[in-house]
Design a protein around this ligand. Structure first.
Ligand code: SF4
Ligand code: SF4
Ligand code: SF4
Length: 319
């Protein structure tokens, strides 16, 4: 698949169809893969594909307008929803980018892998997808690890293993099937069983650990405002020190701003240095949007997001 990717990108660059291509490349350490920008035909060998290619690269599509030509992008099925949303939200034109869809059967959660191995990640020299397992190279040894133990949570409920929005595709795969005995909203439903006070206490405990590094905002494809409300000095909506009350406001504002736009990529949680369960917060928002408006973000180009639309029979209990 990697060779096919190299071939497509080489051809696009040779024909001048794109100015550069954004994919994945080797990071500083063997277990790290990082976004990789390729502008020359002789650089395409730098592009890699595998179970460590976690990033949602659609965030970089926002830069496409800064260039005269088109930008190429490697897109997994889950990330394709962000492309659809960016077009709908008028942040990019679909014809400004060339999308190469990549089939995916699951990405590794590095925190889970570290726990399962019981070793620091710097001993991991590589991870390959071999069907139901990952083959992990630890030092000189290769070790099988069951996917169920180390998959990213979102991959257990993967609905789109193949990118459904693409100009070129690297192939098709079947969804990786795991006997998930719980639904995708199971954890949200558990939390909903708690009283209001208990839920508040749960989230306050989580938000108390937040250092407001803004990594969750920076990585989110949908956080593209030129001046973010959290950076505004006049008016100043939120104080800089990461106090619990301010942190609560930060997370509630983000949750509301992302309602109907969050595409469940899980990037915010992946990059959080404090391991705050942000996916749980955004899953709750997705569940509410699905129940109230029968809407799932990023699925159809011609569906209007519910919070920028109104109908005469909309529920308005707050009025
Ligand atoms: S959710 Fe699906 S497409 Fe996205 S990383 Fe997981 S398996 Fe791949
Ligand atoms: S990434 Fe984590 S620590 Fe940083 S602002 Fe977001 S929730 Fe807080
Ligand atoms: S809020 Fe988190 S899960 Fe939702 S789109 Fe942004 S980064 Fe992805």
């Amino acid at each position: 698949m990697q060779e096919r990717l190299h071939g497509i990108v080489r051809k696009l660059l040779a024909e001048g169809a794109i100015e550069y291509f954004i994919g994945y490349g080797q990071g500083f350490e063997p277990h790290n893969v990082a976004p990789c920008f390729v502008a020359q035909e002789d650089e395409v060998e730098k592009l890699v594909w595998g179970p460590l290619c976690a990033h949602n690269l659609s965030k970089y599509a926002l830069r496409a307008r800064e260039f005269d030509g088109k930008v190429g992008l490697l897109v997994k099925g889950c990330d394709a929803r962000a492309i659809v949303e960016l077009v709908k939200q008028h942040q990019i034109e679909r014809d400004e980018i060339v999308v190469v869809g990549v089939p995916c059967q699951g990405q590794v959660d590095l925190r889970k892998l570290e726990e399962v191995l019981g070793l620091p990640l710097d001993v991991v020299k590589g991870v390959e997808d071999v069907g139901d397992d990952f083959l992990v190279t630890v030092g000189e040894e290769k070790q099988k690890v069951a996917k169920e133990q180390v998959l990213r949570d979102k991959c257990f409920y993967c609905k789109h293993p193949n990118s459904f929005e693409y100009d070129f595709t690297l192939g098709d795969v079947m969804p990786f099937s795991i006997d998930a005995d719980k639904g995708e909203f199971a954890l949200v439903e558990e939390l909903e069983q708690l009283s209001l006070e208990e839920r508040r206490a749960f989230w306050q405990k989580q938000f108390a650990r937040c250092i407001r590094c803004n990594a969750c905002r920076e990585v989110c494809y949908a956080c593209y405002c030129k001046e973010c409300i959290f950076d505004s000095l006049a008016p100043r909506w939120i104080e800089k020190p990461p106090l619990v009350g301010e942190n609560e406001i930060y997370h509630l504002i983000r949750a509301l701003h992302l309602a109907g736009r969050c595409i469940d990529c899980g990037e915010c949680e992946r990059v959080c240095p404090m391991n705050i369960p942000l996916s749980l917060l955004f899953k709750k928002v997705q569940k509410d949007i699905a129940e109230l408006f029968d809407y799932e973000a990023g699925m159809e180009l011609d569906q209007v997001p519910p919070l920028i639309d109104f109908k005469l029979d909309d529920q308005d209990p707050f009025m």
